[in-house]
Design a binder for this molecule. Structure first.
Ligand code: P6P
Length: 337
């Protein structure tokens, strides 16, 4: 039996693509790998431990913070601080960025932005959830404390991005700008093994993912696109299938493999959409473009957007390029309505 490539082997092998690599990014990815295994262990036994349910307080987003949200945030923070390659972290669970102010970390050249546990409202009902991360080189001089400027960079400046999906199996999918590769955790040996090399999203698909409970609040162009997906047309394989897990990482991962489009548009209930630009949309946009897909806010590439604050939200259209293009056509046709 051919020995599968482990994530650790792949990271080191992949480092050769960067002639000036010092190994710092490799070590940083290794600390994320470790944290993902720990979070996976805690999620898998969540029903048995007193770790389900809410903390009884809201996070900065005004969302009920789940106990596993806090566990995941603490686990990734600890792993990132334990290695010397990261000088600061921004997290969905933290109002402000966290600066690692000791000398070793201030000399580090990377910052990390993350949603430590996305889809946490699904946790207590055993539906898959995920972690999303984004890595940048700092802008401010090494040896000084990080500033907000280091975190408010456009998505095109990302050095690496990835997600972990804690599902029927646990997978880590990431890119450093040289394609997208997926690794499945083998629980018998506690190792992520290369299972999905060089992932490419199908140019089109038959799946659309949107919370149709918000339909009445959507712009007319989105409503008309949803109707388009639902209309019978044998030639284009419609009606499409509606699949919405309510966990962005899971909906994205399925569409990445099978083809499809995920929409979280503006609506009167969510004037800028719900998803956060810096640690949800940018990393997944980097991944989908590396896999041949498209990610926009309905008008512009997500990766071109200039962030203005840590937790800003944007409308999000991501997936197979031909499906996102069709959604755009409806948005343009009805944009005044
Ligand atoms: P709604 C989870 O809270 C999340 O951020 C994404 O994972 C998910 O796709 C979306 O929100 C679900 O939001 O409004 O449809 O429940």
């Amino acid at each position: 039996m051919v020995q599968p490539t482990t994530l650790g082997e792949f990271i080191v092998e992949n480092q050769k693509d960067f002639p000036f690599a010092t190994g710092d990014l490799s070590h940083l990815l290794t600390s994320i790998r470790l944290a993902a295994k720990v979070v996976n262990r805690e999620i898998n036994k969540a029903g048995l431990a007193d770790i389900l349910g809410a903390m009884g307080k809201d996070n900065v987003q005004g969302e009920a913070q789940q106990k596993l949200d806090v566990m995941a945030n603490d686990t990734f923070m600890r792993a990132l601080r334990s290695m010397g390659q990261c000088c600061g972290v921004a997290s969905e669970e933290e109002e402000h960025y966290i600066s690692f102010d000791d000398e070793i970390h201030q000399d580090a050249k990377y910052v990390v932005l993350m949603d430590p546990l996305d889809g946490s409202s699904n946790i207590d009902v055993n539906v898959s959830v995920g972690t999303i991360f984004s890595i940048y080189r700092r802008i401010t001089p090494e040896g000084t404390p990080v500033t907000l400027e280091d975190f408010l960079q456009p998505g095109d400046a990302q050095v690496a991005a990835g997600y972990v999906v804690y599902g029927s199996s646990t997978m880590l999918v990431y890119t450093t700008g040289n394609g997208v590769n997926g690794f499945t955790l083998d629980p018998s040996i506690g190792v992520f093994c290369l299972s999905h090399p060089d992932m490419q999203i199908p140019k089109s698909g038959k799946i659309y993912s949107v919370n149709e409970g918000n339909y009445v609040h959507f712009p007319k162009g989105v409503k008309e696109y949803i109707k388009y997906c639902q209309q019978y047309d044998a030639a284009s394989g419609r009606p499409y299938t509606s699949r919405y897990i309510g966990s962005l990482v899971s909906d994205f991962h399925r569409n990445l493999i099978k083809g499809g489009v995920y929409l979280y548009p503006t609506g009167t209930m969510a004037p800028n959409g719900k998803l956060r630009l810096l640690y949800e949309c940018n990393p997944l946009a980097f991944i989908v473009e590396q896999a041949g897909g498209t990610a926009t806010n309905g008008k512009q590439r997500i990766l071109e957007l200039e962030p203005s604050e840590l937790h800003e939200r944007v409308p999000f259209f991501i997936g197979s390029p031909e499906m996102v293009d069709m959604a755009h056509a409806f948005l343009r046709r009805y944009e005044e309505e």
